[in-house]
Design a protein around this ligand. Structure first.
Ligand code: LLP
Length: 422
């Protein structure tokens, strides 16, 4: 459930008409609802109530400092994948003791920063990384809390680009090698074998893959225990989908599926949800520039583009698109919704049934809170949108729109010698 609703024929973010935000801050614009963010966090927390657990928000989904502060204030920890993310969440006030560090390619500098910050756990994904963590920890003279990320070899039934739990993927340690890894880890210096982790993919809309992963990791934990490896944490990753178009399980059904095989495991459960916390808490607000008709098609050209929201072309993702002020006529048309970038992949919807639109109409692209702004770029030298956080009737600009100066900030114009010899 979210707090983007129509009231008096206007789409509002909580108590604020989106048309007011467009008038004040321009388009395209990302708009988030604080009440929705809080609600999502509460509903997920309640689904795991009674279980010793910690929710570490996968901040790659939406990493604006104000959003991180909101979650940190609610007691969340964070799942990070780079030292940039580490710095961001620390800057926003995160408790380092609630940070887990995932990813297949952590550099020495990143490991060093994480250990110096005293984060909860580093989720190790390969043998060389295990050795690297041990070496860095020895150099720093600290104990490194590590977990080994296992690849449970299952099909989460999601888009191949966001599926991670299959044996062909670059993620995690093969199930068949997990015991060797832990045995080896025990021989390495300055490692504290704190946990086991897994993450099978994103936008998962069935409970079965979560339950299957739960059964597989529970078995490993029991086997490790029998060999004297006593872990503290079991990190089950993220991946719960949201209703873009499909109907995913509710947080309660998800919790039941994932915890079912783990009832008596006796470890603290760590979760790394991203999308489910923020996806439906954000919309992408954009304006119609032109309605263009060719012999075969109608195109609605908007001022937002693939550089602002890349999900449709990258994952064939479906985002609902609704008018901010619906027209009374009720006339419907079929159209492609496209942006100004010079690529055929610059689309938001294809052959979509939409209300008849005119230049100047505002549209809200729904469910844009997760993997929206964070994946935006300056392609075509476009300015990345501003981000707005609404809280009741309060409006906060949490990131200014890029300026042209921002776009060229790190560039240098050089004058080359011998320029005439080509
Ligand atoms: N933990 C790890 C280790 C991850 O790699 C991810 C996401 C998550 C947690 C959070 O997954 P979530 O709960 O958000 O599904 N850009 C893509 C999604 C990429 C997901 C990457 N990893 C998209 O727009 O759909």
């Amino acid at each position: 459930m979210n707090y983007f609703n129509y009231h008096n024929d206007q789409l509002l973010a909580e108590d604020v008409p989106l048309s007011d935000l467009a008038a004040c801050y321009g388009t395209p614009l990302y708009v988030y609802s604080a009440r929705t963010l809080r609600r999502h966090f509460r509903v997920l927390s309640e689904a795991f109530a009674g279980t010793d657990s910690l929710i570490c928000f996968a901040m790659k989904a939406l990493s604006n400092l104000s959003i991180l502060k909101l979650f940190s204030d609610l007691g969340a920890g964070f799942d990070i994948v780079s030292s940039g993310e580490l710095m961001r969440c620390l800057k926003a006030g995160a408790d380092p003791g609630k940070i887990v560090f995932s990813g297949v390619g952590k550099t020495d500098e990143e490991l060093e920063a994480a250990l110096m910050a005293r984060i909860l756990m580093i989720n190790v994904e390969s043998r060389p990384e295990l050795h690297r963590v041990s070496a860095v920890a020895q150099r720093l003279k600290v104990q490194a809390p590590v977990s080994l990320r296992v690849n449970p070899d299952l099909d989460p039934g999601t888009h191949p680009h966001i599926s991670t739990g299959h044996r062909d993927s670059k993620f995690g340690i093969p199930l068949s090698q997990v015991h060797e890894y832990y045995a080896e880890a025990r021989t390495l210096k300055n490692l504290d074998l704190a946990g086991l982790s897994t993450h099978i993919g994103s936008q998962i809309t069935e409970t079965a893959p979560f339950a299957e992963a739960g059964v597989k990791v529970a078995k490993i934990v029991q086997e490790l225990r029998a060999t004297g490896v006593a872990l503290k944490y079991l990190d089950l990753g993220g991946g719960l989908g949201i209703p873009y178009q499909e109907q995913p399980p509710s947080p309660v059904q998800y919790a039941a599926a994932i915890l079912g095989p783990l009832r008596d495991i006796g470890l603290k459960i760590i979760l790394e949800p991203g999308r489910v916390l923020v996806g439906n808490a954000g919309v992408f607000l954009t304006k119609v520039l032109y309605v263009k008709e060719t012999d075969v098609k109608r195109f609605v050209v908007i001022d937002g583009a693939m550089n602002d929201l890349i999900r449709p072309v990258l994952y064939e993702a479906y985002h609902e698109i609704v008018p901010v002020v619906p027209r009374v006529s009720g006339e419907r048309v079929t159209a492609d919704v496209v942006g100004p970038v010079c690529e055929s992949g610059d689309f938001f919807a294809r052959e979509r049934d939409l209300p008849a639109l005119q230049a100047g109409d505002l549209l809200a692209v729904m469910s844009a809170g997760a993997y929206g702004f964070v994946m935006a770029s300056n392609y075509n030298s476009r300015l990345r949108p501003a981000e707005i956080l609404v809280n009741g009737a309060e409006v906060h600009v949490i990131r200014d729109r890029d300026t042209f100066e921002d776009v060229v900030r790190n560039e240098h114009i050089v004058t080359l010698k011998g320029g005439a010899d080509a």
